[in-house]
Design a protein around this ligand. Structure first.
Ligand code: PMP
Length: 428
């Protein structure tokens, strides 16, 4: 492993131009006449989130392969309602909570994580309003305007948007079947001529590609981060939803408590996203800073929701719930693969994740997935265009399909409709 900092070594011309075009800071138009903060111009909307409201407005039958939500039938609503009957009948469940999290939730979470790759201690845990708040807290603590933040390409652009909202410049690094290409990471950072402040990665069943960062790359990524003094933003909402293959150690575990690793976790995919409960796992010395940052943001995470999650964990429901969910998601992924083979064989290729929610489809027939969207919606199927997963709008030939939230028969119907949309688009 070379010891010279990557930023000081000569780099090939091709990598240089790639880095220049990969750095982007999209801006939005600000209505005139108001005394905006500089950062307001760095706010970018989320195509992913906006598709929720767009779909709510549609009147016709749509197979919804767009949003990354757990299956409606997988949400343990009856169990949560039972917990609510006792927990939410107590007036103290409506009080302000401790900023770092309700102590019973801390205790329950420590218990659930014991023996897993995310085993931790109370002084490392801060409960957050979902994973998104973890990403925001990270950027609030570590990203200054102009800082370089590495993101995967494609990536979960709500994460890159958070960095952009703090004035970051983002450097997109390609993802392949083994997750972020760490050789490209090294070359692109060298070509950028300066070191990143942070590396944002979704290492397991990545959103949107479904790819998982290999063990070797996990080690190399940590090595590079240490060499550069860069933070690793380890966003892993899907790791517990593995339905095939052997689990890999999380970056949290491989980091061995290194303060450079900042881990973001959420109950959104394993219980329900509307609860808005997640946590961050950080070096203990960061916790007071996180508490101050969170107090200046929302005081505490919604206490009734924390109590529902606590009841779910202490009642021992999570283990069974995950077993059921994993089996069902495998069935759904297989259904989506079968449908894609039937309707898209020869004109597209797609990924084969061992868990999580998403498949990434690349169209090989020149169809623009962003242009296709309206036709597909009219045909009764929704997906997220690939360009929504790149801050610089790459991947117009790709799209993300969520297999998790739709039963197999509807998945078949949705993929058939998608093929009809492609035919209309290419013939029209
Ligand atoms: N990170 C990734 C990779 C995600 O896919 C999501 C949700 N789609 C989040 C973070 C945000 O999680 P939450 O809904 O808990 O805020």
């Amino acid at each position: 492993m070379p010891t010279t900092p990557a930023a000081h070594r000569p780099v090939p011309e091709s990598a240089l131009s790639a880095a220049e075009s990969a750095i982007s800071s999209p801006t939005v138009a600000l209505p005139p006449g108001l005394p905006y903060a500089g950062r307001a111009a760095g706010l970018v909307g989320s195509v992913i989130d906006s598709s929720t409201s767009l779909l709510h407005k549609q009147q016709h039958d749509i197979v919804r392969l767009a949003m990354g939500s757990p299956a409606a039938e997988a949400v343990p609503a009856a169990i949560l309602a039972g917990i609510a009957e006792t927990q939410l009948a107590r007036p103290d469940s409506y009080d302000y909570a401790a900023t770092e999290g309700d102590p019973p939730l801390h205790a329950a979470l420590l218990d659930v994580l014991r023996g897993t790759s995310d085993e931790t201690t109370a002084d490392r845990l801060t409960v957050t309003a979902g994973g998104m708040q973890g990403l925001d807290l990270f950027c609030k603590l570590f990203v200054d305007p102009g800082d370089l933040v590495v993101v995967e390409s494609p990536t979960y652009t709500n994460g890159s948007a958070t960095a952009l909202s703090y004035g970051a410049q983002v450097l997109e690094v390609p993802v392949d079947d083994n997750g972020m290409d760490v050789d490209a990471l090294e070359a692109l950072v060298a070509a950028a001529g300066r070191l990143p402040k942070a590396i944002y990665t979704i290492p397991t069943f990545q959103n949107p590609s479904g790819a998982t960062l290999s063990l070797e790359r996990r080690h190399r990524l940590l090595e590079l981060a240490r060499r550069w003094g860069a933070m690793v933003l380890d966003d892993d909402p899907y790791g517990l939803l593995r339905f095939d293959g052997d689990p890999l150690p999380t970056l949290r575990e491989l980091g061995g408590g290194d303060p450079l690793v900042f881990s973001v976790r959420t109950f959104s995919k394993i219980v329900a996203p509307g609860l808005r409960v997640g946590w961050v796992d950080t070096a203990p010395e960061l916790q007071p800073l996180l508490i101050s940052a969170k107090q200046a943001m929302d005081t505490c995470t919604n206490l009734p929701a924390q109590r529902l999650v606590t009841g779910f964990l202490t009642g021992g429901h999570l283990t069974d719930h995950l077993v059921t969910q994993r089996a069902e998601y495998r069935r759904r992924k297989e259904a989506m693969h079968a449908a894609l083979t039937e309707h898209f064989g020869g004109i597209a290729h797609w990924t084969d994740p061992d868990g999580g929610f998403f498949l990434w489809v690349t169209l090989d027939n020149g169809v623009d997935a962003a242009d296709l969207f309206e036709v597909a919606l009219a045909e009764g199927v929704a997906y997220i265009p690939g360009s929504a997963f790149s801050p610089s709008g790459r991947f117009r030939d790709a799209l993300r399909l969520c297999f998790a939230s739709t039963p197999p028969d509807r998945i078949h119907e949705g993929v058939a409709r998608l093929r009809r949309a492609v035919d209309l688009q290419t013939k029209g």
